[in-house]
Write a protein that binds this ligand. Structure first.
Ligand SMILES: [Zn+2]
Length: 274
């Protein structure tokens, strides 16, 4: 983890700074082009999904965490936590439990083996668990076999620990395309992006993260956060209390779908990254 985190931060910052920054990775020329790519992936994967029948997303999630809040009737916001589990994740789970709140975690395979009991606890306490690759690479730069391997290793580890294979994945850096979408579809996973980011990896300040997340609060928003940073976890008590006061229900991401299932490979929310 220590070894890869700095790279992750540097690249995530570059990507998050401006959509045009994506061009520096040689992946896409601009934001709109990128969105088009994601849409193309969604469209092509829907086709794949219908031919394979791999539309399994939200089945178990909606019967547990996501099903308890009706986002058609109440104001919902999804907080999503990437790159863990880490040393602060248990503290976050304690807090979420006190608030009777469920969220979505996108786990990195390299971390899963270090905190197996935390992964089991996430599942037991009704949180949604997604696949965030084994080693956090830019998936679009890899050959098909490596993409498959990056997604399969954490998927199998999660299944072994929780009894259920994840049907959601989040491509690191939001870096996806038609090919990645096709492989996600093949593995029965929908692709979850975000439309609000805490920028916690660069803020690294509890008050600033709190302010940023509360400023992003909007009905049905999908917020990107990272439970591997202590400042993020420290910001959570105030974030939860303030969101609750404003009438928000913090939910796992699939609860925002109001019962609709995502097709394997489908991108949600469309036009992510903000
Ligand atoms: Zn990540």
């Amino acid at each position: 983890m220590r070894r890869w985190i700095p790279t992750v931060i540097a690249t995530t910052m570059a990507l998050a700074a401006t959509p045009a920054a994506v061009a520096s990775t040689g992946q896409a020329a601009s934001g709109p082009a990128r969105t088009g790519q994601a849409r193309a992936a969604a469209a092509s994967s829907t086709a794949t999904a219908s031919s394979t029948g791999a539309v399994s997303s939200t089945g178990a999630a909606s019967s547990t965490a996501a099903g308890k809040v009706n986002c058609a009737k109440v104001k919902c916001i999804a907080l999503t936590f990437d790159d863990g589990p880490g040393r602060y994740t248990s503290t976050l789970l304690d807090l979420l439990k006190r608030h009777h709140t469920k969220v979505t975690f996108f786990l990195v395979g390299a971390q899963i083996g270090k905190y197996p009991s935390v992964v089991r606890r996430m599942a037991r306490e009704g949180h949604e668990i997604g696949d965030h690759t084994y080693d956090h690479p830019h998936l679009t730069t890899l050959p098909d076999g490596d993409i498959r391997d990056e997604l399969t290793r954490p998927r199998d580890a999660i299944k072994k620990l929780t009894g259920r294979a994840p049907d959601l994945m989040r491509p690191p850096y939001g870096d996806t395309d038609e090919r990645v979408g096709g492989i996600a579809a093949e593995l029965g996973m929908a692709q979850i992006l975000w439309n609000g980011t805490s920028r916690d990896w660069e803020l690294r300040d509890t008050a600033a993260i709190t302010k940023k997340v509360l400023g992003l609060a909007k009905r049905d928003r999908v917020v990107l956060m990272h439970d591997v940073w202590p400042e993020t976890v420290k910001a959570m008590p105030k974030i939860l209390t303030s969101l609750e006061k404003k009438g928000y229900h913090v939910v796992p991401v699939t609860a925002l779908l109001r019962g609709r299932s995502l097709a394997a490979g489908e991108v949600y929310p469309v036009g992510g990254w903000n």
